[in-house]
Design a protein around this ligand. Structure first.
Ligand SMILES: *[C@@H]1O[C@H](CO)[C@@H](O)[C@H](O)[C@H]1NC(C)=O
Ligand SMILES: *[C@@H]1O[C@H](CO)[C@@H](O)[C@H](O)[C@H]1NC(C)=O
Ligand SMILES: *[C@@H]1O[C@H](CO)[C@@H](O)[C@H](O)[C@H]1NC(C)=O
Ligand SMILES: *[C@@H]1O[C@H](CO)[C@@H](O)[C@H](O)[C@H]1NC(C)=O
Ligand SMILES: *[C@@H]1O[C@H](CO)[C@@H](O)[C@H](O)[C@H]1NC(C)=O
Ligand SMILES: *[C@@H]1O[C@H](CO)[C@@H](O)[C@H](O)[C@H]1NC(C)=O
Ligand SMILES: *[C@@H]1O[C@H](CO)[C@@H](O)[C@H](O)[C@H]1NC(C)=O
Length: 251
């Protein structure tokens, strides 16, 4: 017999899912809707591993699918998106869940080598980690867009190769939400690449950015002994350059 709490959860989830029937990685696409939380409530299920394997062969995610490494509970897809071999745009909606007035973002790629069915890891960062600030800790709309992510200099990627782009959003308490999109790399001017426009690639005015970096290299100046700090919000691109210049000057 279904308990009342379970029925209530199902009803609430159904309502939330209707309200959230949108994407999180809005460009260049995503594996699919993983904004689901279902199953027995966490407070009623002390034995939960985070993913519950049910007797009838289905799964439940009492904490939510997006917490599952590496891709928020979604297996690799075959409806891949074409993306430039030298890197392209990424648009993300960060505010689907409460608690994201601040969040850390990591963007990585997993590289599938010839003969591999899937990438062996998601261990290639493609932008320095950065922090976003949102309007408040409730769910909020809006997105940010990095118009040109570069590819790591020390990996060689070929036209036709499959990679997976992974976006990690760490909430203020440190837990991380995962989403991915599966890509096939094509020539930078390939017409199959969805055009990057002000409609699909923009920054909402109430989402800000902070660059995050360690101050290990700064200790030689005697300026700080903290392990890390945030710098004032400004253009990530400029900061990325400053970061490189600073590392070069102070190392
Ligand atoms: C792939 O298909 C799934 C299931 O229809 C869909 O949710 C997802 O958005 C698609 N992904 C892309 C990149 O088209
Ligand atoms: C599997 O069991 C769960 C819990 O009883 C139920 O909610 C779900 O609908 C079932 N799924 C299928 C495919 O039978
Ligand atoms: C929980 O949600 C996932 C994703 O939508 C679904 O695959 C699974 O069957 C659901 N589990 C139950 C018990 O409804
Ligand atoms: C890339 O993925 C597609 C779709 O899954 C597949 O058909 C194709 O063979 C893969 N290409 C390579 C080079 O692995
Ligand atoms: C991650 O995968 C790449 C291939 O995509 C491989 O070259 C690299 O050694 C792997 N890194 C680790 C830490 O396993
Ligand atoms: C590329 O460089 C990064 C940063 O120095 C390093 O962590 C990574 O292991 C290198 N990857 C390969 C495939 O050499
Ligand atoms: C959004 O802001 C980031 C950080 O300042 C910047 O790198 C990026 O270019 C901006 N995106 C657009 C579309 O202007």
């Amino acid at each position: 017999m279904l308990r009342l709490s379970y029925i209530l959860v199902v009803a609430v989830v159904a309502i939330l899912e209707t309200a959230r029937a949108h994407t999180v990685i809005t460009y260049p696409g995503w594996r699919g809707n993983n904004l689901h939380a279902n199953g027995t409530l966490p407070e009623d299920n002390p034995d939960s591993h985070g993913i519950d394997y049910l007797e009838n062969g289905t799964y439940a995610y009492p904490w939510g699918m997006q917490w599952m490494y590496p891709c928020g509970g979604m297996p690799q897809t075959t409806n891949r998106t074409y993306w430039p071999v030298s890197g392209g745009a990424l648009s993300v909606q960060p505010g689907w869940f409460p608690g994201h007035s601040k969040a850390l973002f990591y963007v990585n790629i997993g590289i599938q080598l010839e003969g591999q069915a899937a990438p062996p890891n998601m261990s290639h960062p493609v932008v320095p980690a950065f922090q976003i600030t949102g309007p408040d800790n409730n769910e909020y709309p809006g997105q940010f867009c990095l118009p040109q992510i570069g590819m790591p200099a020390n990996v060689s990627l070929q036209v036709g190769q499959n990679i997976t782009l992974q976006v990690v959003e760490a909430a203020q308490h440190g837990a991380a939400l995962y989403s991915c999109v599966d890509l096939t790399l094509v020539a930078n001017n390939d017409p199959r690449i969805e055009e990057v426009t002000p409609q699909n690639c923009y920054n909402s005015s109430d989402i800000g950015f902070n660059l995050v970096f360690t101050t290990q290299s700064l200790t030689s100046t005697g300026k700080t002994s903290g392990s890390s700090r945030m710098v004032a919000p400004t253009m990530l691109g400029i900061l990325a350059l400053a970061f490189v210049a600073m590392g070069g000057a102070l190392l």
